[in-house]
Design a protein around this ligand. Structure first.
Ligand code: PNS
Length: 165
């Protein structure tokens, strides 16, 4: 059975993340979305909220793959999380060339730390290539409409501007 983890901050999850989840779920038997709970910067939504929102978004928007996708929060190194999940693959999305340098560095670091784990990149679909969680947060904070950028499960959870986790 091929098992992959898809780690990230998901603060909040966007349609770009869902696109990567959908496509990765078609490749791997089991996909675990890993929600990082201790990022260096404070998250707008706490780990429990992000996990619940992602579960709802996948169940509502990706019903065909929902049973093969799990959500787990994690703390610490991605490779340790992957090992705990018995995953041999780390999934990441690439939106543009600008993502490449940092993602390449992270993939090399992770491979040094865990040579048995490979990083697999999915090119985010063109229609979502402009999306980023930080810009979605900013737009929501100033009252902009983010309904075409994030799943309905996220709606109403943004815009307070108060970091909670
Ligand atoms: O959604 P993001 O913020 O781009 O995700 C970044 C993430 C969570 C994948 C990365 O920061 C990470 O793996 N953090 C866990 C700590 C770790 O393993 N650091 C070493 C990476 S080389």
């Amino acid at each position: 059975m091929s098992v992959a983890v898809y780690p990230g901050s998901f603060d909040p999850i966007t349609f770009g993340h869902l696109d990567v989840i959908c496509r990765a779920a078609a490749v791997f038997d089991r996909l675990i979305v890993g929600v990082l709970t201790n990022p260096r910067k404070a998250a707008q939504l706490d780990g429990t909220s992000r996990t619940a929102i992602i579960r709802r978004a996948i169940d509502e928007d990706l019903p065909d793959v929902a049973t093969r996708v799990e959500i787990a929060s994690f703390d610490g190194l991605t490779v340790d999380f992957a090992r705990r999940q018995s995953a041999r693959f780390v999934v990441r999305g690439l939106r543009a060339v600008s993502d490449f340098e940092s993602e390449l560095q992270m993939a090399h670091f992770n491979r040094k730390l865990a040579p048995e784990i490979d990083t697999v990149f999915f090119m985010t679909s063109l229609e979502y290539a402009y999306l980023s969680s930080s810009l979605v947060r900013e737009i929501a904070r100033f009252g902009g409409d983010v309904s075409r950028m994030v799943p309905a499960a996220v709606a109403g959870r943004l815009g307070t501007g108060t970091p909670v986790g």
